[in-house]
Design a protein around this ligand. Sequence first.
Ligand SMILES: Nc1nc2c(ncn2[C@@H]2O[C@H](COP(=O)(O)OP(=O)(O)OP(=O)(O)O)[C@@H](O)[C@H]2O)c(=O)[nH]1
Ligand SMILES: [Mg+2]
Length: 447
Amino acid sequence: MNDTICAISTALGVGAISIIRVSGEEAIAKVANLFDGKNLTEVESHTIHYGHIVSNGEVIDEVLVTVLKAPKTYTKEDIVEINSHGGISTTKKVLEVLIENGIRLAEPGEFTKRAFLNGRLDLSQAEAVNSLIKSETDLERKLALNTLSGKVSKKINKVRGIIVELLANIEVNIDFPEYEDALEITLENLPPRLKEIKTELENLLEESKIGKIVENGIRVAIVGRPNVGKSSILNALLKENKAIVTDIAGTTRDIVEGTVELKGIALKFIDTAGIRKTDDIVEKIGVDKSIEALNSADLVIHVLNNNEELTNEDKEIMEKIKDKTHITFINKSDLPTKLKIDMDVVKGNTMDINGLNELKDKIVELFDLEKINNSNLEVVSSAREIGLIKEALNSINQALDNVSVSLPVDMIAIDIKKAWDLLGEITGESYQDELLDTLFREFCLGK
Ligand SMILES: Nc1nc2c(ncn2[C@@H]2O[C@H](COP(=O)(O)OP(=O)(O)OP(=O)(O)O)[C@@H](O)[C@H]2O)c(=O)[nH]1
Ligand SMILES: [Mg+2]
């Protein structure tokens, strides 16, 4: 892991400048060999220098080079950042020259991986670096930044602290029963302590619902039978004519998607083909996709037509969505009412700009978006971390079950220890190499 690596850290495209980053033991010496300017091996740390990158006598680019000496750097190794002119050919040429001179091209996320392995970031923070880069909304940015600053790790470590104290007490009781200062751990006084841990974990999971929504947004499938106005609704919400709208039933065949921000949350709307029985092969594929979208969505908006009576097709869709979070939206409220329906619905139309406001209000209410918007966003959001907390909770529940059947305390301690280990995987106190590989593969090159 000590070899010297390089990568382009800025997005590759036409731009004013590009940054090519080099990290490792030989970073400064190797770049110094290619730099026509001050001798970089003799400059102070955290300084920037004007000069040229020269290879085999040819000037490659006029650059500014930043020299950052370990350990106060992103990777805790020596880092050199070359600020070259932007654009694809110059940037690539500089990178090429570095590679020709024996510097290895970094793997995606390798700089951050080194930051983790060298102890600058824990694993939860490292994951947050990627979330921060990929964040699309302001709330996502805040959430990622909080995790990056270690606020989430602190909460995890707090629970681990409670667990480790309990484990230490159990150990002392087992190994030194005569040790008077230690709190006596018996089957009777274990449950309140385990319940305290359980509550902490449950709180983390409850809060993580906010994190999940902020990070992933909400997938909203707009479904209904043909011609009720699904595509018109999508277009009205997006304020753009993205999906084709006609008065011909069966217009939409393929899924059409678009994102709208509501109270800082990304709502990913999916317009689907009208659901009906059909012999048309293409339409049938569309209908299958609609059902798929319906099943995988976080929220289903079932659209009905105010101007028509309820049909069997409508009822079949109602049956399909009855166990899913859904809103029944009665469209075409500008036309005379023919639909008779006795259930909680939202009514509107796509004819004027306020026609869908009630629908938006309902989504805000249903997902408590106001609360999310006002949350401090110091919550777990990564699916990996949420999964580990759930597993840790299972272990604590197992420990509680074992107490209730009076298993020996040292047996009960096994599950408590397991919970402690699982939480340790969140921050990377313990991990498997494969985990690092999959985690950092998701990263951008150069980060
Ligand atoms: N009066 C009125 N007409 C609407 C409204 N919304 C949509 N329409 C009309 O209804 C017809 C069907 O609209 P679409 O948006 O294509 O309907 P759809 O549900 O996507 O239809 P498919 O793609 O065939 O499943 C078009 O002629 C729209 O202009 C509305 O609120 N009021
Ligand atoms: Mg349509």
